[in-house]
Write a protein that binds this ligand. Structure first.
Ligand SMILES: *Cc1c(COP(=O)(O)O)cnc(C)c1O
Length: 428
């Protein structure tokens, strides 16, 4: 497989863009190679600038559940362009999207559109603080909630309630109200509430963690978070930027039967264009300006093109019949093939159309067990699959995303490549 054009573009991009990329993981450093530059994409495939075709399991990190360039979405956006690209005034489309969201996720009685997942989470946290009049929030190690200052934290080595920034340029003062607990560890949350329960505005969690690789919530973990927040007058925020409309149209909250106070969405709800949303119970969302004191605004919020892509995508998902189940069965098939081909070398976590292959011998249930996996083995697997025309996430800690466009043929070809890799490993 030739990558000469990609390599040239990457070299030149580094002269103009930090690291040559507009989001760090794209630089492929974790897998020890240079990125392929994408020319176009259709259905389950991406095509690079050297003319190579790949079965795509990145799906733009989540949005492309219908496959790339789904024709109804593309047609609607093209038509919408003729009506003007942005107005900065209300449109009927925003109402339509808000109604669709509430029909699928009844807990989002009122919702606001923003332009990214980062913005959605940042705003939801502000609303939680405004509503409760408290400053502290609890997040979980290994969960990602966008790149706003207060959420780029890691647990400090000292006291339980001491967090330190996980990025340069973030003042320690900005993270001192962010407490860090362990995913799937109820006791770690109990300890934080015991120490400062009256000051905690909200617990924010990815109901299925998908940013340390895919990590499923254990039985009882999400209901526990629901109970402890309610008992202490704190809010529960589900960050469903990945899981929303991926684990079914009702998201993780429907799948696990746990209703949060606030929900954040992104990725799929923009149908491939920049959209995020946050929403929840009416009385909480009534804190938001112009009704309440919590300020949040956006020049391009509710942008007509992005909103159009979102509406068409969500409507197709809502009316998709058994497409979720079929895609989920294919993903499970792929997961089973990986387990069989790579055996004890790996642990595969899978739910719905999300999965991860961890190169570790122990079950992955939190950040510690996720990071026990061997990044160099994943890197070798990634490079092999790429050469076989399968485009995986260029990092062990990102999910694989299967779309409705991944048919039997694509899954079979991927399984075949995995088996070939397995037998190659077996001989060593
Ligand atoms: C991607 C992601 C975000 C951030 O969304 P952006 O659109 O990249 O800003 C927030 N939360 C979760 C769970 C995500 O996966």
């Amino acid at each position: 497989m030739e990558h000469t054009r990609s390599e040239r573009l990457f070299r030149e991009s580094q002269q103009y863009i930090p690291g040559g990329v507009n989001s760090p993981v794209r630089a492929c450093r974790a897998v020890g190679c240079t990125p392929v530059f994408i020319d176009h994409a259709k259905g389950a495939y991406v095509y690079d600038v050297d003319g190579n075709r790949y079965i795509d399991y990145v799906g733009s990190w989540g949005p492309c559940i219908l496959g790339h360039a789904q024709e109804n979405v593309v047609r609607a956006v093209r038509e919408a362009c003729e009506g003007g690209l942005t107005y900065g005034a209300p449109t009927e489309k925003e109402l339509t999207l808000a109604k669709l969201i509430r029909a699928c996720m009844p807990g989002m009685e009122l919702s606001r559109l923003v332009s990214s997942g980062t913005e959605a989470v940042m705003s939801a946290v502000r609303v939680a603080r405004g509503y409760t009049g408290r400053d502290k929030i609890v997040k979980f190690r290994g969960c990602y909630h966008g790149h706003s200052d207060g959420l780029l934290v890691k647990a400090g080595s000292g006291a339980l309630t001491q967090s330190v920034p996980d990025s340069g340029g973030v003042p320690a003062d900005y993270t001192k109200h962010t407490l860090v607990a362990e995913y799937n560890d109820c006791a770690s949350v109990e300890r934080l509430f015991a120490e400062c329960g009256g000051e905690i505005a909200a617990v924010i969690v990815e109901p299925v963690a998908a940013n340390m690789g895919v990590v499923l919530p254990e039985e009882g973990f999400l209901p526990f978070l629901r109970d402890i927040t309610r008992d202490h007058g704190a809010l529960l925020i589900f960050d469903e930027v990945i899981t929303g409309f991926r684990l079914g149209v009702g998201g993780a909250q429907q799948r696990f039967g746990v209703m949060p106070d606030l929900t954040t969405l992104g990725k799929i709800i923009g149908g491939g264009m920049p959209v995020g949303a946050y929403g929840g119970r009416r009385e909480i969302m009534e804190q938001v300006a112009p009704l309440g004191e919590v300020y949040q605004a956006g020049t391009l919020s509710g942008n007509p093109l992005a909103t159009t892509a979102g509406i068409v995508t969500l409507a197709l998902l809502r009316d998709s019949g058994d497409r979720y189940e079929r895609a989920e069965r294919r993903t499970a098939e792929l997961a089973a093939a990986v387990r069989e081909a790579l055996g004890d070398r790996v642990r595969v976590n899978q739910i719905g159309t999300l999965m991860s292959v961890f190169f570790t011998g122990t079950a992955v249930r939190d950040y510690g067990t996720a990071t026990a996996s061997d990044p160099s083995r994943y890197a070798a697997f990634f490079r092999y699959m790429l050469e076989r025309g399968v485009y995986l996430a260029p990092s062990q800690y990102e999910a694989m995303f299967v779309s409705f466009a991944h048919g039997e043929e694509e899954i079979a070809r991927t399984c075949e490549a995995v088996r070939a890799y397995g037998s190659l490993q077996g001989k060593r």
